[in-house]
Write a protein that binds this ligand. Sequence first.
Ligand code: C2E
Ligand code: CA
Ligand code: CA
Length: 367
Amino acid sequence: VRQEDTVARQGGDEFILLLPEIAHPEDALRVANKILDAFQHPFVISGHELYVTVSIGIAIFPTDGNDHGALIQNADVALYQAKEQGRNAYRLYTPAMNAHALERLDMEAHLRRAIEREEFRLVYQPRVHVLTGEITSVEALIRWEHPERGTIPPGQFIPLAEETGLIAPIGEWVLHATHARLRAWHEAGLPPLRVAVNVSGRQLSTGSLIPVLHAIVRDCPGAASLLELEITESVAMTNVEETLAVLRDLHAMGFWIAIDDFGTSYSSLNYLKQFPIHALKVDQSFVREIPGDPNSEAIAATIIGMAHSLQLHVIAEGVETAEQLDFLACHECDEVQGYYYSRPLPPDDFVRTFFVDGAFTTNVPVG
Ligand code: C2E
Ligand code: CA
Ligand code: CA
């Protein structure tokens, strides 16, 4: 930058560049491009080449703000957009972005109150044993009944919950609600059925998970063997040493653990074999393309084979058609989950549909 410009560290990994003497907005873009170019080159530290990505948000005086507060705030909105667009990019502030930012704030405020207002519920999707058609376990999936917008799927609020830290109380609610469901089914005289819940990366890394699970097990020692935790491959493989320690604790407490969305990230097989897990879930992106796409077929078959050689169980998700099921059965996939058998259902519907002659079953063995 030039003599008259200012570079300041705002905090953390955020910096402010103040360019007081620009003639056109394009000049700001030129500077942004120069910075992006500079970061194309690695930093060499102790012989390792390290790359850093940058995201830049630009606000221009006076159109985007009349004082430093408004300029910084709007640059921040544009920065957020640049990050959302995939990083290593810059974005100029536009008023439309503010509408988007306001909507996020509104959603965040609602999300904060959603737990007290009991706006969450869980729906249940069976995992089906391929050979017998029996239901081995069930996955609990969260839904948000928003008072104005109706049912909101997790994809639309879990990322925000993770960003804002609200995932901790929401995750805790999910575990308690699951435990309450297990108890209700037990009291209704139903046979024990393991319930799998999704655990987010932040629950693992902030340590908010273990105390909640301890409380559940203290209250009800049998609960651990009926609770399964699904952790995505990408979460499991970030901070692997830490993950390994947490998974060992969970395993020691008696919980079942599965690796979710397998095949979408990069697994260290060396760690995978050390993880005390019982199953891998083949990601639905591969299942969607079988049979037909040779790459997806090969990947699905390879995951199944690899899991079996590691003595792990394999569950394929997103199974929608008989052809997918046939392919998976031929390749000795153990269990399947998907719309072919059932959409995720409210608990009463689930029991009404699948509790038949004293057992949870689809009554549809594939053979
Ligand atoms: P996931 O764990 O991979 O869950 C599978 C998703 O695929 C679910 O979407 C499920 O409804 C959907 N699905 C099941 N069968 C089929 C099928 O045959 N075809 C298609 N196209 N989709 C199918 P959902 O319920 O919208 O959940 C999306 C994601 O949100 C989940 O992906 C999970 O990562 C996350 N999530 C859900 N509940 C929770 C929760 O309680 N806590 C956390 N942290 N994350 C959750
Ligand atoms: Ca899952
Ligand atoms: Ca999944």
